[in-house]
Design a protein around this ligand. Structure first.
Ligand code: SF4
Length: 291
């Protein structure tokens, strides 16, 4: 197992965050700073479908996806294979992990995250049940099941059933909130889903279990989120809590790699830290930053 010092010293050497792994379609291992080590990604959207169209999205939708539905037996076989290769050390021998082999021994989480929005598939609950079953069979009691979501589908029946399975299996939800106002939300996330629905879904989900809020801060045509927008964003967080929502932490991050929209650009580390400090001061929440 890697200790914290090893983890932090190895981040800079881990450059490959790609969502592909050999010829696998649904599963890809990455070393993730937000996860604290090895995260096994489960891509439920190899078709690249999403109900958001974020200006900073790194998914290249000009090329077609690799599959148009989730093949559950294949997903199970791929997930089992990657977990076993982590446990027996062979994953660490892969050139992708050449400089961080030690981090690949412990599966920190299995994360629904990929080329689109995981909650858009009709059988989300079946996928969660499958992951929980594999996690138990492979004896990974401490490994989290993480859902990284834009929150638009959190009110769907099959998603709610999936979240309940996650609750019994070290589940954690990282819900996206990039704006404080409908106007900025439309500029950044370019979704047809109403902002009110996103907020309501986050609230209803956070009333049932604590969630993480994940927010990407960046520059639109060279301009970062305004002070007024940040104030509105902090009010949203305070409103969520005042209405009974439980927020574990805020993950504040910025663009890591070039995006198809060249006018969406990253914040410098000190700019991101300044935003995080303001959120801490206005909300009292724990804010973790990732550059
Ligand atoms: S929600 Fe995620 S996958 Fe969808 S457009 Fe935004 S960044 Fe891309």
């Amino acid at each position: 197992m890697a200790d914290k010092q090893t983890v932090s010293s190895d981040w800079t050497s881990v450059k490959d965050h790609s969502r592909t792994y050999h010829d696998f379609v649904f599963v890809y291992p990455v070393i993730s700073r937000r996860s604290g080590g090895l995260s096994i990604g489960v891509n439920l959207n190899p078709d690249k479908r999403c109900n958001f169209d974020c200006v900073y999205c790194e998914v290249d939708r000009r090329t077609p996806g690799r599959a148009d539905r989730v093949d559950l037996p294949q997903l199970e076989a791929e997930l089992t294979a990657v977990i076993r290769s982590a446990k027996d050390g062979s994953l660490g021998a892969d050139p992708k992990f050449a400089e961080a082999a030690e981090l690949t021994r412990r599966v920190r989480d299995i994360a629904f995250s990929g080329d689109g929005e995981p909650t858009m598939i009709p059988n989300f609950d079946d996928c969660v049940a499958l992951v929980a079953r594999v996690k138990q069979a492979e004896r990974l009691p401490e490994t989290k099941i993480v859902l990284i979501t834009d929150a638009a589908g959190l009110d769907k029946a099959s998603v709610r059933r999936g979240l309940e399975i996650m609750d019994g299996n070290q589940g954690e939800i990282w819900g996206k909130l990039d704006a404080g106002t409908e106007d900025y939300y439309r500029q950044v996330n370019r979704s047809h889903v109403r902002f009110e629905r996103i907020l309501s879904n986050l609230l209803e989900t956070a009333r049932r279990r604590p969630i993480v809020i994940q927010t990407l801060f960046f520059k639109l045509h060279g301009v970062a989120m305004s002070a007024a927008e940040l104030e509105a964003y902090c009010r949203r967080l305070n409103d969520l809590r005042a209405s009974g929502g439980q927020i574990l932490a805020v993950h504040a991050y910025t663009i890591a790699r070039p995006t198809p929209e060249p006018w969406a650009t990253r914040l410098e580390p000190e700019e991101l830290e300044a935003k995080a400090a303001q959120i801490r001061s206005r909300t009292g929440l724990a804010v973790e930053t990732y550059c």
